[in-house]
Design a protein. Sequence first.
Length: 128
Amino acid sequence: MRRALLATIGLCAAAATQAQVLRDPTRPPLIDAGIGTSAEAVSAQRLQSTLLSSGRRLAVIDGQTFALGGKVGDARVLRISETEVVLQRGADTEVLKLHPSVAKTTRIARQSTRQKEPTTRTGKGDTP
């Protein structure tokens, strides 16, 4: 009996060391500043959401909520709009976009080139 109990404990301990760590899918992705040299990787700040109401403006940057005028590290939040946040570091400004890879375009509706044929009406009793 004792041997079976020790074997069970040993198997449970071995299984615990092999268990996979599950990451919270709602957390922002981990950014390794050592990979890549793009401005986004160096900045390492990602705008995730904005909340605009008549009384307040909030931005979620890297999982933390900041109000208009708040401090994000050494930067101050200057402006919050529906799609972007402007940060100021001294004399420099940085724009964080909610969807940086999406470009907003305007489509102009084309008018039909086909012309309508004129219609003629005849009076009552007239036959064409």
